[in-house]
Design a protein around this ligand. Structure first.
Ligand SMILES: CC(C)(COP(=O)(O)OP(=O)(O)OC[C@H]1O[C@@H](n2cnc3c(N)ncnc32)[C@H](O)[C@@H]1OP(=O)(O)O)[C@@H](O)C(=O)NCCC(=O)NCCS
Length: 153
């Protein structure tokens, strides 16, 4: 299974459908897409994954969204996409890479820590305040934003 990772300049509905797997708010997705970099993962020209990274300042970037098509999940593709952008950023001199997830996103917390991210901060009630719909995962309500980071000296 040959996976190609490609930078793209604009998104189609196929990309938006993938981004919605990770973030239920199309308005928020459209907001952070404006000044972000977008990479997609393809198998035989079919888009099966996407990752969005945004500059916070000249030393810090944040992964705003990462998603893999359901039938291709748990095969290492999410890890591959995240490690791909980490390597680019490391070479570009980025010192801090952040990623945020909900308190209820247990598998994501596992994945990010396996990659090397460490919990940096918690923004309590971020999801309760910013999302109209109640998000429930793994039987618990998603209320708090957990920010994780990787830092390079
Ligand atoms: C989160 C997501 C991007 C991960 O991508 P993926 O390709 O499924 O994940 P990977 O196969 O690369 O997983 C790597 C690690 O995460 C862990 N993991 C991922 N999914 C898991 C699951 N369902 N159960 C247990 N562990 C899991 C595994 O421990 C795995 O570690 P290993 O390589 O040591 O086995 C993908 O599941 C997805 O698109 N989910 C929906 C969107 C989403 O929630 N995005 C993140 C928003 S914060």
């Amino acid at each position: 299974m040959e996976v190609e990772i490609k930078k793209i300049q604009s998104v189609t509905n196929i990309h938006l459908d993938l981004l919605l797997l990770a973030d239920p708010s199309i308005e928020k997705i459209k907001e952070y897409l404006i000044d972000s970099e977008i990479y997609t993962a393809l198998i035989n020209d079919e888009t099966i994954g996407i990752i969005i990274i945004k500059e916070i300042d000249h030393l810090k970037k944040e992964i705003m969204n990462v998603a893999v098509k359901e039938e291709h999940q748990n095969k290492g593709l999410g890890k591959k996409l995240i490690n791909f952008v980490i390597n680019i950023e490391k070479n570009n001199g980025t010192k801090i890479i952040e990623i945020g997830t909900g308190n209820s996103s247990i598998n994501q917390l596992l994945l990010y820590q396996k990659i090397g991210f460490r919990i940096a901060s918690i923004e309590r009630d971020f999801f309760s305040r910013n999302y109209q719909e109640v998000i429930i995962e793994n039987g618990i309500i998603c209320k708090d934003m957990i920010k994780l980071s990787i830092e390079y000296k």
